[in-house]
Design a protein around this ligand. Structure first.
Ligand code: IVH
Length: 705
């Protein structure tokens, strides 16, 4: 592990060192909280995170006067993300204090006994249950009806995800049974099972979407979708284990309340037990540890809770956690092995990902021979070298990772790893972009090969023929992949010479499996139909980074003809050129976009792609002239919901003709939101931002259509 692992013992720290380290820890923990809770993209393992928190706590215990206002001990989690409404928790959602060893459990038991002043022989019951590795949610029921549901957020205030929670089948809309309290907030964990996680990732992959690193991230990402239809399509589950605000308690013990939850219609964890001694707790922990791999969902420890609610009341809280509970965490599953090599994989978007090739080793019952190294900076930070003995960890995560290097075992002469600057799949330059917002270099190095890179070609070709680009009927992902594999279509120009080559060739398309005379003819006609195409679709189809439909249209409008556009982009490579100045002066073009464009047109192979399209007779038509006198000229418009009097494409085209800018999402820059039937999250967001929302009819009137 990083800084904390090699750090000085707390007892040896000077006050100055302690203060500096607390400052570092506050910033570091805050950053990881954000990555974990808001971006669903943790950068470090839970074990490393816990070590940071423990170190912070230990230093604060020795130097209580140095506790900072922004110390992680003063808050939990991260503030909510903003896109959802906020819910203030009437009873704060706190976290649990952690234990890591059997001794910690004994200490917990002793502390509780002492606090309650129990005498030897006095009964103490403590419940034990798995600690589910998902995300917690609070569900408010009024008169038995589910009325509002929220995430934990920073513990005090969470996000209103009611509609998304309603899609989870383990969460009843109405509580079953009699004597339901007027108000009751049920709390528990939203999670995804291993099987559902694997199936979801498979679907994501097939759809060319990013996969989730682990079930927890998948659950968090799914629950925080702005469109609850997407959440509904994700198989989330829920275990009820705690409560918040309530008008009346249905039982006097933890176990009694949990039983009531089951009667009300909730799923409760079947492994829940009531224990009567500290030995029982420890046995329970080790039993669960054995069963962990077979449970079908991720857990990261077990949770103990004092059973009697009056005892819980007396024990109360210390800072951010109840004194009556303990989370007994599992150690991350780690093993030592040798790093045999580093493979660079090229993803469909050109991202270069380093993968460790390892001497096979068993980690937590699974043989691991590959592990992620995340990215270039991580290799550098951990100073990982080929030949090193490394620590590999599986934790709750599905993808094993290389945690650290055992420096003592480094073979002599092991050289610092040099990350390749060319793509291993095609030899093109691989570059790291500068993030415009942060001014920092992107962590991901990407291949600039685009269409000539075999790792990216199929994806790029698929994009080229997609609905909003060339939209060639009968040429979908499947056909593209098959034609690419057979060498029939290697790059876009080949699509337009397919018919001529087919006529001259021996093996005809109509004779291929799955094709016949009619379908082949149809495909050729569909291709021919697109030989003349709108310039914005043409530009979009090229798949230049950061050039989505909106930017493609912006560029088409700004440059008029394709020839002029290409010429200007080539000239703009010179930073002192007029072309560069013109490009930068376009409203909506920033450094990142400009650089992506210049890079694209500077690459020889991209120019070849353009030339082969032009040689194949593909012509880009300039956009029709824009009106400037219309009432919507210069306004940013967003369409949402289903339109009844025209198609979305028509509405967009007309709006642009009238001089409006059509955006895909609502932001502070949006002037008008045209809301059709069944408008969803965009409408909510527009309302929150005070954007002018009009109906389809009002739009037609305003635009004078
Ligand atoms: S009890 C007052 N029980 O762990 C504390 N928490 O570190 C109430 N968690 O935010 C929480 N399984 O997300 C409790 N069986 C369980 C749990 C559990 C998972 C999570 C929960 C909470 C975090 C606390």
């Amino acid at each position: 592990m990083s800084k904390t692992g090699k750090a000085k013992p707390v007892d040896d720290l000077t006050e100055k060192e302690a203060s500096a380290e607390l400052e570092f820890l506050a910033a570091e923990i805050a950053r990881h909280n954000l990555a974990y809770h808001q971006k669903d993209a943790p950068e470090i393992s839970d074990a490393d995170y816990d070590a940071f928190v423990r170190r912070n706590d230990a230093i604060e215990a020795r130097f209580p006067e140095l506790v900072r206002d922004d110390s992680p001990s003063q808050s939990v989690g991260a503030a909510p993300a903003g896109a959802f409404g906020k819910v203030t928790h009437k009873v704060a959602m706190l976290s649990l204090s952690n234990g890591f060893s059997d001794e910690d459990v004994v200490e917990f038991w002793t502390r509780v006994t002492r606090f309650l002043n129990l005498k030897e022989g006095d009964a103490l019951e403590v419940t034990a249950e798995p600690k589910i590795d998902g995300l917690s949610a609070s569900l408010r029921y009024e008169h038995g009806k589910f009325v509002v549901g929220a995430t934990r957020g920073d513990g005090r205030e969470g996000e209103n995800v009611t509609e998304n929670l309603r899609t989870i089948k383990d969460i009843p809309a109405t509580l079953k049974g009699k004597n339901i309290p007027d108000v009751f907030e049920v709390r528990g964990e939203v999670y995804m099972s291993h099987a559902d996680f694997a199936a979801l990732n498979k679907r994501q992959e097939e759809a060319g979407k990013p996969v989730f690193a682990n079930p927890r991230n998948a659950a968090a990402g799914s629950l925080r979708q702005l469109d609850s239809k997407i959440t509904a399509s994700r198989p989330l589950r829920f275990f009820a284990y705690a409560w918040g605000d309530q008008s009346e308690m249905p039982a006097k013990t933890q176990a009694g309340v949990i039983e009531t939850f089951a009667k009300w219609g909730f799923e409760i964890n079947p492994l829940f037990r009531t224990c009567r001694s500290v030995e029982d707790l420890i046995t329970f922990y080790h039993d669960i540890e054995m069963q962990r791999a077979d449970l079908g969902y991720d857990i990261d420890g077990v949770v103990y809770k004092v059973n009697r609610l009056d005892f819980q009341q007396r024990l109360g809280f210390v800072s951010r956690s109840p004194r009556w509970a303990l989370a007994h965490k599992f150690p991350a599953e780690q093993a030592f092995t040798k790093l045999l090599g580093i493979d660079i994989q090229v993803g469909r978007t050109g991202a270069l990902t380093p993968v460790a090739r390892l001497e096979p080793v068993t980690v937590g019952g699974v043989v691991v021979s590959n592990a992620t190294l995340h990215n270039e900076d991580e290799i550098l930070r951990k100073d990982i070298r080929i030949g090193d003995t490394v620590v590999v960890q599986r934790a709750g995560d599905v993808i094993p990772q290389v945690v650290s290097v055992v420096l003592d075992k480094r073979p002599r002469g092991a050289e610092e790893y040099k990350f390749p600057e060319t793509c291993p799949a095609c030899g093109s330059h691989a570059v790291r972009e500068i993030n415009e917002k942060t001014g920092e270099m992107d962590v991901v190095r990407r291949c600039t090969g685009g269409l000539v890179c075999p790792a990216q070609a199929v994806e790029r070709l698929r994009h080229f023929v997609s609905r909003n680009a060339f939209d060639i009927e009968g040429l979908g992902e499947k056909q593209i992949a098959a034609f690419y594999a057979d060498g029939l279509i290697k790059q876009p120009g080949d699509i337009f010479t397919l018919e001529a080559r087919d006529a001259a060739g021996l093996k005809k398309l109509k004779d291929r499996e799955g094709w016949g005379g009619t379908s082949a003819k149809k495909l050729f006609a569909a291709i021919d139909d697109r030989r003349t195409i709108d310039i914005d679709r043409f530009i979009f189809g090229l798949g230049i980074r950061h050039v989505g439909e909106t930017n493609a249209r912006l560029l088409a409008r700004s440059y008029g003809t394709l020839e002029h556009f290409i010429e200007e982009m080539e000239k703009a490579a010179d930073p002192e050129s007029d072309a560069r100045r013109d490009l930068m002066s376009i409203d909506g073009v920033g450094n990142v976009l400009a650089e992506a464009l210049i890079d694209f047109f500077a690459e020889e192979h991209n120019r070849e792609v353009l030339k082969s399209l032009s040689d194949a007779g593909v012509v880009a038509m300039p956009l029709p002239a824009q009106e400037t006198s219309s009432p919507v000229a210069g306004k940013t418009v967003v369409f949402t919901g289903s339109l009844e009097r025209m198609t979305r494409a028509e509405a967009k085209a007309r709006a642009e003709q009238l001089g409006a800018k059509v955006a895909g999402s609502v932001s502070a820059k949006t002037d008008i939101l045209v809301a059709g039937a069944d408008a969803g999250s965009k409408l909510t967001k527009a309302a929150a931002l005070g954007v002018n929302v009009i109906s389809e009819d009002e739009w037609i009137e305003l635009a004078g259509l």
